[in-house]
Design a protein around this ligand. Structure first.
Ligand SMILES: Nc1ncnc2c1ncn2[C@@H]1O[C@H](COP(=O)(O)OP(=O)(O)OP(=O)(O)O)[C@@H](O)[C@H]1O
Ligand SMILES: [Mg+2]
Length: 288
């Protein structure tokens, strides 16, 4: 784990230095860019991203949901949308990023990733990367919030997006394996960024006590070993409505708005919106 983490750290460093992005030029915008990520897979990132996007949009925010899980078209499936175009069309030059943005429920904007056969973003050449970055920057100007749903784990695409966003939401379950993987992710982000803003959500908790204990453990680990303060935002309970919503392809905040999961997602979205905003916005300044 240590070796793998170190290799990835070096790889991200190399990717960043070849990005052609001037790190000294801050990108000033009012748009918050938040990546939703995790160490372990299947912990609920996509569900939380989609429902966060809808919850924040219902509070009047202009939200863009960016599906960065290259290879698995999750966000559109959960919304029951079949997009005509996706990131694969942007990467092969058929469409611009702005052209593939579609509208979803509650007026959210969606960038779908496309499943299977999508070349890794990290494999883009300099020209493609610059084009992609500029298009993302343009999208920032049209949104209050960009939520990026990433894949899981220490894959370079996941890290590139987690590092590109200035704020990160780490999703974990209360299980020890998930917590340790979440800590691994926090450690890597911390090494790459001087002052990372890291929020943690415990998903699929069977009780508040279990969730709070998990949140407390992660907070203490980060404080003790990294000297880093992370924010435990709260939890989403394990809720059958969430499973039904996935099957019905209708997000839980729409299909079961009074369910425990939907209510907690609204509460978490609210605290994230009220949460601390970094003074100087340097978003997307470390993409690739
Ligand atoms: N709060 C919850 N209660 C019950 N089931 C849940 C909850 N959150 C997620 N799930 C279940 O977990 C499954 C995985 O969720 P999701 O696809 O959002 O995870 P993910 O972290 O995005 O996965 P991946 O790492 O593959 O991208 C869902 O299909 C759903 O059935
Ligand atoms: Mg997912």
């Amino acid at each position: 784990m240590q070796d793998q983490a170190e290799n990835l750290r070096q790889m991200v460093e190399r990717l960043n230095t070849t990005a052609g992005v001037d790190k000294n030029t801050p990108v000033t915008t009012n748009c918050r860019v938040i990546a939703v990520t995790s160490g372990k897979g299947g912990v609920g990132k996509t569900n939380i991203s989609v429902n966060f996007a809808l919850a924040m949009a219902s509070r009047g925010k202009k939200v863009l949901l960016f599906d960065a899980d290259m290879g698995l078209a999750n966000v559109d499936v959960m919304l029951g949308i079949i997009p005509q175009f996706n990131l694969a069309h942007v990467l092969n030059g058929q469409k611009t990023l702005a052209e593939i943005v579609i509208e979803g429920p509650n007026g959210i904007k969606l960038v779908a990733s496309g499943s299977g056969g999508v070349r890794e973003l990290a494999d883009l050449n300099d020209e493609q990367r610059t084009k992609f970055l500029n298009a993302l920057l343009a999208l920032q100007n049209q949104s209050d919030l960009i939520l990026i749903d990433t894949g899981a784990g220490l894959h370079r695409n996941v890290l590139a997006f987690a590092l590109a966003a200035e704020e990160v939401v780490i999703v974990t379950t209360p299980e020890p394996t998930s917590l340790m993987d979440a800590y691994g992710m926090i450690k890597i982000i911390y090494r790459e960024k001087k002052h990372p803003v890291i929020n943690v959500i415990v998903n699929m908790a069977s009780s508040q006590a279990e969730a709070d204990e998990a949140g407390r453990k992660l907070t203490i680990l980060a404080r003790r070993f990294l000297n880093l303060e992370i924010d435990y935002l709260g939890f989403v309970p394990r809720d059958p409505s969430m499973i039904r919503a996935v099957k019905e392809q209708k997000p839980v905040v729409l299909s079961a708005p009074t369910s425990p999961a939907a209510v907690s997602i609204h509460r978490l979205a609210e605290s994230l919106l009220l949460g601390k905003k970094p003074k100087e916005r340097r978003q997307l300044d470390r993409l690739f």
